[in-house]
Design a protein around this ligand. Structure first.
Ligand SMILES: [Zn+2]
Ligand SMILES: [Zn+2]
Length: 281
């Protein structure tokens, strides 16, 4: 696969902590092809529903250093490697949703991160269940598209993908309905605490994400699964389970800015529903 990449020009550098599927989506767009065609060129056998963010470790792993442009994917190697070894009983579990009879990987996302980005990409951290808030914006991550309620799934073939009105979509648009993912006002941790999130919950969140962040940066702890079970043990399984119950839209409902009957158009009235015009992008 790396040999194949060396044959290409115009391969985008991976952004810091970028998820493999985010990079694959951007790389395919840079080559002007769909995601399936790009993966086929690389020799990657991909079936819909497979988890490329984890399988990616098998393709690159320790060979990343031979392609400096992909150094940004190191966090993904560290995190995916750990998650695969630790298994589903530990922390750092990849996110999957049930869609009909299938189980599909998805990402949470931070709307302000997407809004502020000069290069749109998804950090690999957003793929994991225990990464619940954005340290840069102090807000809860979003679970799904605010318009159609379908979670963000990557990779996506951006070259041919079109949203509402025939406009091309970016990684900051829902691949299912084309709505923007970046204009939703976030729920800050302070707001979440007003409607039920406890100080201890936040402390656990911060501690767990600190450990995950360290693993992502350094790769350390990969050989020591005790840290993960240690986190659960120290804080108690039930306390830790509370973190998994956090629901950003439930927080919105309690804050009075999200109503069930608004499901189709759940933005507060002042929020724009339309996609950015192609001329302004
Ligand atoms: Zn953010
Ligand atoms: Zn959508």
């Amino acid at each position: 696969m790396l040999i194949k990449l060396h044959q290409l020009t115009n391969v985008p550098a991976a952004m810091p902590d970028e998820s493999p599927t985010s990079w694959l989506s951007r790389a395919a767009l840079h080559q002007g092809v769909g995601i399936t065609e790009f993966l086929r060129f690389l020799g990657v056998r991909y079936f819909s529903g497979g988890d490329l963010d984890l399988e990616f470790v098998d393709w690159f792993g320790q060979h990343l250093a031979s392609l400096p442009a992909l150094a940004g994917l190191r966090a993904a190697v560290h995190m995916a490697g750990f998650a695969r070894r630790a298994g589903s009983s530990s922390v750092l579990r990849p996110l999957y949703e049930r869609a009909g009879t299938r189980t599909l990987p998805f990402s949470r996302f931070c709307a302000p991160c997407l809004h502020d980005a000069t290069t749109l990409y998804f950090p690999v951290h957003w793929r994991f269940d225990e990464w619940r808030y954005c340290p840069a914006h102090d807000c809860l991550l979003e679970d799904a598209c605010p318009n159609c309620s379908i979670p963000a799934r990557l990779p996506v073939g951006l070259f041919s993908k079109q949203g509402a009105g025939g406009r091309h979509i970016s990684l900051a648009h829902c691949r299912s309905c084309g709505a923007s993912l970046m204009n939703l006002p976030p729920v800050t941790l302070r707001q979440a605490k007003q409607v039920g999130l406890l100080d201890e919950d936040v402390q656990i969140l911060v501690a767990v994400q600190g450990l995950i962040g360290n693993l992502a940066r350094t790769g350390h702890s990969c050989t020591d699964l005790d840290w993960a079970t240690g986190v659960v043990g120290t804080h108690g399984t039930s306390r830790f389970s509370r973190i998994k119950m956090i629901c950003v839209n439930e927080a919105r409902r309690r804050l009075g800015v999200w109503r069930d009957h608004q499901q189709r158009f759940p933005f507060p009235v002042a929020m724009p529903m339309s996609l950015p015009s192609s001329t302004s992008e």
